[in-house]
Design a binder for this molecule. Structure first.
Ligand SMILES: *[C@@H]1O[C@H](CO)[C@@H](O)[C@H](O)[C@H]1NC(C)=O
Length: 417
């Protein structure tokens, strides 16, 4: 990413103070902090906040309640970018003529996929040009298909956030189709244990998307391999956090939700809007008192998770309700707000490695909502080993209070013990 970062991040700005021309201002602030006798960590965060205000152009919306952390800008940019990308995908979803191209792995790729990736990576480039990105798509299929790229470019240009200019907060607009393709190709990072890495799945659950089911726009920020910020746009889930967990997508009325979480600050849901961010509400997993009444969800695709084993696990736990099958990280969002309780993903192949962009946002949102997320071996998902979860096998997500019990049943059925 070529441009110098115009917005030093609060948690790194201290280190770079004395190499910047703003040294004088920094010294003034330092003196101010000492004068007000603040404790060291408080002083650091106050300094960060003050420095942020000196750095134009700050994001000044007051629509979210979690604007007090060092990840405030990351959260707001991610929410707005995912919201805008979700609007693009929804438009494509509702458009009967879906343009698709095939890819090496034969998974369906839609114009929505490329368009969403272009919008989100443009926003990340504008605000965090030094961050790495691990994203699912690359533009090679577009470079050989003028009709497809022109269609996508049309959508990207036309998908704006409302009329009060919320999209202006995302920074410079893409100028032409060439720039769009260059931006799409910014997602080729190898990931890893060091530094800031965004993970993006522009349309998670492409099969659900094509089938008219659930899908999600999934964006997360990793720092040194740990998920710090996670955002999921789920255009086909009910807005209402209390709506029962069902696989159907209804007629589009009352649908569309944005889930988000910042590490240590809980998880939030808000309606997917068309302009500035709607007010967020804290969400929490349901406390499961009686496992027999718990509900669990799993993939629609039998190739993604072994459904006969999950039925055996449910039986072992005394769960009587049939599983709810839905595509994408909408499952993580659904259990995080208590619409469902348990999410199982049971490996169907010894060699398949889960992609980090398919789990990073959901993992943090569930954990911040009071859940625990491990693989079938009981290990935390490790997002720091590259583009895949190479050291993990499957996913077991459940409220913290029953996770051990669920994991034990999983391991018994999978004969891991
Ligand atoms: C699911 O697991 C059972 C063993 O419990 C196995 O026989 C079957 O082949 C598995 N199915 C898939 C799709 O992996």
């Amino acid at each position: 990413m070529p441009v110098a970062n115009p917005h030093p991040k609060p948690h790194t700005s201290l280190a770079s103070l004395f190499t910047k021309p703003s040294t004088l201002i920094a010294i003034l602030i330092l003196a101010l902090a000492i004068l007000t006798k603040l404790t060291t960590p408080l002083a650091t965060s106050r300094l960060g906040v003050l420095l942020n205000h000196l750095t134009p152009p700050p994001i000044t919306t007051t629509t979210t309640s979690t604007m007090t952390t060092i990840y405030a800008r990351e959260l707001e940019v991610a929410l707005l970018a995912v919201q805008r990308a979700s609007l693009l995908t929804r438009r494509v979803f509702l458009d009967s003529a879906k343009g698709t191209v095939s890819k090496d792995d034969a998974s369906p790729v839609t114009v929505g996929d490329f368009g969403a990736q272009a919008l989100i990576l443009a926003a990340l480039r504008n605000h965090f040009p030094h961050d790495a990105v691990v994203a699912e798509e690359e533009a090679v299929a577009l470079r050989n298909d003028e009709k497809l790229r022109e269609r996508i470019w049309g959508l990207v240009k036309e998908t704006r956030l409302g009329d009060v200019g919320a999209e202006g907060l995302l920074g410079k607009e893409l100028v032409d189709v060439e720039e769009m393709m260059d931006v799409i190709d910014l997602g080729g990072s190898a990931g890893g244990r060091r530094g800031r890495v965004w993970t993006l799945d522009p349309i998670d659950g492409t099969k659900g998307f094509l089938r008219g089911g659930q899908y999600a726009v999934a964006l997360a920020l990793l720092e040194d391999g740990e998920v710090k910020v996670g955002v999921l746009g789920c255009p086909n889930l009910p807005v209402d956090d209390a709506a029962p967990l069902t696989a159907d997508v209804g007629d589009g009325e009352g649908r569309g939700v944005l889930f988000s979480a910042v590490v240590g600050e809980g998880a939030t849901s808000r309606p997917l809007g068309t302009d500035k961010l709607a007010e967020g509400k804290k969400i929490a997993m349901k406390a499961v008192e009686d496992l027999a009444s718990a509900s669990f969800c799993e993939s629609v695709e039998a190739g993604h998770s072994n459904q006969s084993e999950s039925a055996q696990i449910a039986q072992k736990l005394g769960i009587t309700r049939p599983s709810v099958r839905m595509d994408s990280q909408a499952k993580y969002g659904s259990i995080a707000r208590g619409a469902g309780d348990i999410y199982l993903r049971l490996p169907t192949s010894k060699t398949y490695q889960e992609k980090i962009w398919d789990h990073a946002a959901g993992d943090l949102i569930v954990r911040e909502a009071g859940g625990q997320v491990t693989d079938t071996k009981g290990q935390r998902l490790d997002f720091g080993v590259g583009r895949t979860l190479a050291t993990n096998s499957g996913v077991v997500a459940a409220p913290a209070g029953i996770h051990a019990q669920v994991l034990a049943a999983v391991q018994e059925v999978l004969k891991l013990k």
